[in-house]
Design a protein around this ligand. Structure first.
Ligand SMILES: [Zn+2]
Length: 450
């Protein structure tokens, strides 16, 4: 997101009219930049709050004589439009748009600016509505952490500055208590969406996320991210550790493994185990395994699986790695799916609304992968998932299948895991870790002021 940067610009443009409001926002913003990473810190300002402060600082600081306070006008380049034409759409005179483009050309080739790219302008309208609007500032993002700014100085000349935000790789320790849902809580506290998703999936092995996770349950997440000095997350790294209600997962990649996996504190892996349910959340058990009165036929009948009542379209996840054996219509089961797992078990899914796109027999699926969606096809009275587990050609009670079995690390792998666990534990004890690094966006450095 391109942002006009009031911490630098208003000072340069009009130091005499920097008011209390602007000073306040500058103090708040710079305070935020130098703040160390720490667990359970006060929540940072929201994007909206920062925007508001920046806007206020800009407005009071930079209105030229005879002009109204500038307003921010975001612009997106349209198809077939040049940068200069896009600037013209803000209402400034053609000569001014041309001058702005020429100024920017000192630092970059403006013909490389593509349709869809956005930039932000600050435009002042003339008082009384006579004359042309004037451009006060323009900010164009040129990389994840770099931007070019054109601004009007006192003498009316246009100044060009290249701003490169410092980028920090940091390991964040996020600790707190659940308010509402776990994933919403950690997202609100600044965890990237991918981190929230990976952790949620891990915990769904251990907890029924709808019924066993409550407000005030304590959690700690440790994850890597790349963040700019303005506090924007520009890169999401790995989830290193997740703890909820005393259940812990450590990320570790054993020698020879294709990818990192998650282990409990003793080095036991959860990956080969079965997830407790093939649905992550938003369901209830509406019928258990065993004899029951059949809802349509009316007589007592053996129910060969577990029914989960869930909304139409709820994602169905593979509870363990496996291979798709069948994905087809099958009588009363409607859209039916069967997966074979390495431990000799097979899982079956009935009444599906549809399969994951491209899913077919013979395909390999991994644990947690979305394979289908809940529906009400076949002999069904409403949206639900009919879930079966088979062993040796016989249906067994899914509730009796052990879900906690997993492989255990040994020998050199166990030693390496313990070293990695100790490293993560030290980061948690220290409340986080930062590794500053300046990224280079490849700007032409010549003729750039500031
Ligand atoms: Zn059923």
């Amino acid at each position: 997101m391109a942002q006009f940067d009031p911490r630098r610009q208003p000072m340069r443009l009009a130091p005499h009219c920097l008011t209390a409001a602007a000073a306040l926002s500058v103090a708040l913003l710079s305070g935020r930049v130098t703040e160390p990473v720490r667990a359970q810190e006060a929540p940072p300002l929201t994007e909206a709050q920062i925007d508001q402060l920046e806007q206020r600082a800009l407005n009071v600081a930079s209105a030229p004589v005879g002009m109204q306070a500038p307003e921010t006008i975001p612009v997106q380049i349209r198809r077939g439009e040049t940068f200069e034409q896009a600037v013209r759409r803000t209402g400034i005179a053609p000569a001014e748009a041309s001058a702005v483009t020429a100024t920017l050309s000192n630092a970059m080739d403006v013909t490389t600016i593509r349709p869809g790219q956005r930039f932000e302008t600050a435009i002042s309208q003339p008082r009384g509505g006579r004359g042309d609007a004037r451009l006060i500032g323009l900010t164009l993002r040129t990389g994840p952490a770099s931007q070019l700014t054109v601004s009007r100085s006192f003498d009316g000349a246009l100044r060009l500055r290249a701003l490169e935000e410092k980028v920090t790789h940091e390991t964040v320790v996020l600790s707190g208590k659940v308010e509402g849902s776990l994933s919403r809580t950690v997202r609100r506290e600044g965890a990237p969406a991918e981190i929230a998703r990976v952790a949620g999936r891990l915990f769904s092995h251990k907890f029924d996320m709808d019924r066993e996770v409550h407000a005030n349950d304590q959690f700690t997440y440790v994850f890597d991210r790349t963040v700019t000095e303005n506090g924007r997350t520009i890169g999401s790294g790995d989830l290193l550790y997740a703890q909820l209600k005393g259940v812990t997962f450590y990320r570790f990649q054993p020698a020879g493994a294709r990818e990192a996996q998650y282990f409990d504190s003793t080095g036991k892996n959860t990956r080969s185990a079965f997830m407790r349910t093939p649905l992550e959340r938003g369901f209830r058990v509406s019928s258990t395994f065993g004899f029951r009165r059949h809802p349509i036929a009316g007589y007592r009948k053996m129910h060969q699986g577990i029914d989960f009542a869930a909304g139409l379209g709820t994602p169905v996840l593979a509870p363990s790695d496996g291979v798709v054996v069948e994905a087809r219509r099958w009588g009363g089961y409607g859209n039916w799916l069967r997966i074979r797992h390495p431990n000799g078990l097979e899982t079956g899914y009935g009444h599906l609304s549809r399969y994951a796109s491209g899913l077919r027999a013979g395909q390999r699926v991994s644990q947690g992968q979305v394979v289908a969606y809940v529906g009400s096809t076949g002999a069904s009275t409403g949206p639900h998932l009919h879930y079966e587990i088979w062993r040796g050609g016989q249906r067994i009670n899914p509730a009796g299948v052990k879900t906690q079995e997993g492989t255990e690390l040994a020998g050199a792998d166990l030693a390496a895991f313990r070293a990695e666990k100790a490293r993560i534990d030290r980061i948690i004890a220290a409340g986080g870790e930062r590794r500053p690094q300046v990224m280079h966006a490849g700007l032409r450095p010549a003729q750039v002021e500031g």
